[in-house]
Design a protein around this ligand. Structure first.
Ligand SMILES: Cc1cc2nc3c(=O)[nH]c(=O)nc-3n(C[C@H](O)[C@H](O)[C@H](O)COP(=O)(O)OP(=O)(O)OC[C@H]3O[C@@H](n4cnc5c(N)ncnc54)[C@H](O)[C@@H]3O)c2cc1C
Length: 393
């Protein structure tokens, strides 16, 4: 006999579990179906295992979407303070890192346990290793053929996330289902992702692999001040992941490797003081030694600082403060934290998250065309959209 639920949530990730618990507390009979062997895998691997679960300064401007207004309603109805209150109620210890980012003191599993406990208290049924074979709409709701039998529900929530890290269970299921029901999709690509470099700089960067530098990076009128990390294949680190949200193939990025100072001014000062040291030793007081070495090898070389003339100082300053490079691509979904694009928000209500033309069908979390910055913004979107939809499913 077919199983009957008021609401079925497809995908037991951040958004799906939040939505399920919220709906369960309203007295709805809710099931979460996930094809993976356990739910919340991305929560477990997030924030380097400590889950950067929200940010103290969430603004709509921290999100990219075809419709910049879409995220506003949910973000104002479920705030970072609401999730912090939930986390504190469950006794989870956390701390703030730079720029308002909140991380667990212990493990990311603390956050998953909060959600699983909430789901349990709310009477939610969680079914893992459940393959969804077919979804159809009937007069009374939706009918699902699954590896665990046929199931019916009034409300169907799609919370299957994006395409990043397929080895963790990511699939394009939500996008395919949106298409099946006639919802438009925005183009999708890997974002919050390292860049690959294939020009002459690749070998230089490979030598520097593992070196981190605080930079200011800019592209398409956006800029971020964060650490950059050189890798064997290109550039990574928070600065690069942040700017990747704004980068399109063919665009150059501009880097300032010394945003906290002025190299030309410093060099003039060293000269005026009669400093006899070599430039590489002086620069190494402010920048990582290996970086300075490699950098000077690629430009004017290292000599006693007194030997550089004004034109050379200008040239060095220009190269360090306004260095431009065109990435050849990104590392793709294999390592990306998120998928840019997704279900077109114009087809979904920003209040209820129900598809405007398909009553009973809801989309939440990363499957939607809403992408946050690095720093807890994507989880806050998952909590907020899940919570808001949970009021209506
Ligand atoms: C390495 C990494 C680190 C990250 N760190 C952070 C961080 O610290 N802070 C932050 O804010 N964001 C972080 N993110 C982003 C964040 O994890 C996502 O934005 C968030 O998990 C999206 O939530 P979601 O519920 O929409 O999707 P997900 O959490 O991806 O959940 C989707 C669920 O759907 C299931 N599913 C997929 N396809 C099917 C199918 N066909 N049938 C059934 N079930 C299916 C999956 O198994 C999964 O359980 C990180 C992402 C990655 C990859």
């Amino acid at each position: 006999m077919a199983l009957q639920f008021d609401c079925i949530v497809l995908g037991g990730g951040a958004a799906g579990l939040m939505c399920a618990a919220t709906a369960g507390y309203r007295g709805r009979r809710v099931a979460v179906l996930d094809h993976a062997n356990k739910v919340g895998k991305k929560i477990l691997m997030s924030g380097g295992g400590r889950c950067n679960f929200t940010n103290l300064s969430i603004e709509p401007s921290n999100y990219l979407s075809g419709n910049a207004h879409f995220c506003k309603s949910a973000l104002s109805r479920y705030r970072a303070s609401d999730f912090i209150e939930l986390v504190e109620r469950h006794g989870v210890a956390y701390h703030e890192k730079g720029q308002g980012q909140l991380f667990c003191d212990n493990k990311a599993s603390d956050i998953l346990n909060v959600l699983l406990t909430e789901c349990e208290w709310a009477g939610v049924e969680i079914r893992t290793e459940c393959q969804i074979e077919r979804v159809s709409k009937s007069e009374h709701g939706f009918s699902l053929s699954t590896s665990q039998g046929t199931m019916h529900c009034q409300s169907l929530v799609i919370a299957t996330g994006g395409l990043s890290i397929p080895t963790m269970g990511a699939t394009g299921f939500g996008f395919n289902l949106a298409e099946q029901f006639g919802l438009p999709l925005k183009p999708r690509w890997a974002s919050l992702v390292p860049f690959t470099i294939t020009d002459k700089w690749q070998s230089v960067f490979a030598e520097l692999a593992g070196v981190a530098v605080d930079v200011a990076v800019s592209c398409n009128k956006q800029h971020f001040n964060d650490p950059l990390l050189f890798t064997h294949r290109g550039l990574s680190g928070p600065a690069i992941l942040q700017i990747s949200n704004y980068w399109r193939p063919g665009d150059a990025i501009t880097l300032d490797f010394f945003p906290s100072g002025d190299i030309a001014e410093l060099m003039q000062q060293w000269r005026a003081e009669g400093n006899k040291s070599e430039l590489k030793n002086l620069l190494a007081l402010h920048l990582p030694k290996r970086f300075v070495q490699a950098w000077l090898e690629q430009s004017l070389g290292s000599r006693p600082v007194q030997q550089y003339n004004d034109a050379e100082i200008k040239q060095l300053a220009e190269a360090l403060h306004r260095w431009s490079i065109t990435p050849s691509g990104t590392e793709g979904y294999r390592t990306a934290e998120v998928t840019m694009g997704g279900v077109d928000t114009d087809a979904v209500s920003s209040k209820t998250f129900e598809a405007k033309d398909v009553p009973g069908l809801f989309f939440i979390g990363e499957v939607l065309d809403v992408t946050g910055w690095l720093g807890g913004f994507n989880f806050q979107w998952a909590w907020a959209s899940g919570f808001c939809a949970g009021q209506y499913v």
